[in-house]
Write a protein of this length. Structure first.
Length: 399
């Protein structure tokens, strides 16, 4: 997320100033206020819950506040923290900080964070003295071109008439809600901030009538430094834990990669074995097809031999019959010749015999009829001429 932007100088009429825009802090929704417990349920690492209505009242205090940084080198390119060294007469002292620019305005707007979600932020705009801090501006340009955006820390103070910053429900370590405050400055940081958007330093200095002693102020500073030291230690421990976890995950990835390579090698062997099996199977199929063709040829030859044998058997069975007698079974003989294996020889012979028997019966019947007709023609009439007998003549019947 672009938390800081620096703009190009004008091509003409350069005045040695570079305009900038910076996100001061993230503002949380009103719904995060837990009135029953008197805290904000959402807050930055420093424990602050920024609420829009209270931030809007303090927007005017952004105008005129300084942009500072704590340089670490003579070239003034490397930066550190706020540069605060002490509190003198109830006022924080930033002797190690350098003013490099001034804010001209501030406003509240919605932007997208690094996750693409809409968030509400307080934004400040102003100018950097690029004539005096040319090297630093060049370093900013280089970092931003490489996607590196400097973090920052806003500094707030009490308003006039209050002993310190006023919080809704009072001061809380986590979830405190500032309601009356002013923006006193903004520091660009070279150290890790306490907020993904910006860092906050609360300067609860007292009025001149405050009874806080110098020792108490030093104790407050030491406590604040110790708090940041502890936070830095926690961050470093978190970083170490993250690095250990990353190393563990890298080892896991390496193991998975090795296993993947082993699986790939095994898969290649399996594929090669499957290819050989497929080839062997195809060869066996070809052998089977050859054997089937040979079997078909043998079966065909055997069928032809059997057919010839059956035809020979039929010819032997009907050899004693004449052509005329064989004609009685002409259809059966043709059927047998067409399918000698499936057709019975007896069916052919039986048909011939039936034909012969039928013919013999017909001829016998015709002969009997002819004999009967001849007998009727040759029989003498027993009632032919009868001689008349006279009474005078004696007839001897025994003559």
């Amino acid at each position: 997320m672009k938390t800081f932007e620096i703009f190009e100088e004008k091509k003409k009429g350069q005045n040695g100033r570079r305009k900038f825009k910076v996100i001061l802090y993230k503002i949380f929704p009103d719904e995060c206020i837990d009135a029953e417990n008197g805290v904000g349920t959402e807050y930055n690492i420093n424990g602050i819950t920024w609420i829009r209505q209270y931030c809007e009242k303090a927007l005017d205090s952004i105008k005129g506040m300084f942009l500072r940084c704590e340089f670490l080198d003579d070239e003034r390119t490397e930066i550190n923290g706020h540069g605060m060294t002490d509190i003198v007469d109830d006022v924080p002292v930033f002797e190690n900080a350098t003013v490099i620019g001034t804010f001209t305005d501030g406003y509240i707007d919605e932007i997208e964070d690094e996750n693409g979600e809409k968030i509400t932020v307080c934004i400040g705009v102003g100018e950097i003295d690029s004539s005096c801090y040319h090297n630093f501006c060049s370093k900013l340009d280089e970092d931003i071109a490489n996607g590196i955006y400097p973090k920052g820390s806003v500094e707030i103070m009490r308003t006039e008439g209050n002993e310190g910053i006023v919080y809704l429900y009072g001061y809380k370590n986590k979830g405190r809600i500032p309601t009356e405050f002013i923006h006193s400055g903004y520091a660009l940081l070279g150290v890790a901030p306490s907020d993904n958007t910006a860092q906050l330093v609360e300067l609860n200095e007292q009025e001149e009538t405050s009874k806080m002693s110098v020792d108490e102020m030093k104790t407050l500073i030491e406590t604040t430094v110790a708090t940041y030291t502890n936070q830095i230690a926690e961050i470093n421990q978190c970083r170490a834990d993250c690095e250990a976890r990353i190393a563990e995950l890298n080892q896991t990835v390496e193991n998975i990669t090795n296993e993947k390579n082993e699986i790939a090698a095994a898969s290649a062997q399996i594929q090669a074995a499957l290819g050989q099996c497929q080839k062997d199977l195809e060869d066996k199929h070809k052998e089977i097809e050859t054997l089937w063709e040979e079997r078909k040829a043998l079966e065909s030859a055997l069928g032809e031999a059997k057919a010839k044998e059956r035809l020979g058997e039929l010819n032997a069975a009907i050899a004693e019959f004449t052509e005329e007698e064989r004609a009685y079974a002409q259809d059966e003989i043709e059927a047998f010749n067409a399918a000698p294996i499936e057709t019975e020889i007896n069916s052919v012979v039986d048909k011939i015999l039936i034909g012969i028997g039928k013919k013999a019966k017909e001829e016998s019947a015709a002969a009997v009829a002819a004999e009967q007709n001849a007998a009727q023609v040759d029989v003498e009439d027993i009632f032919g001429v009868v001689d008349e007998v006279t009474a005078d003549k004696e007839i001897n019947i025994f003559e």
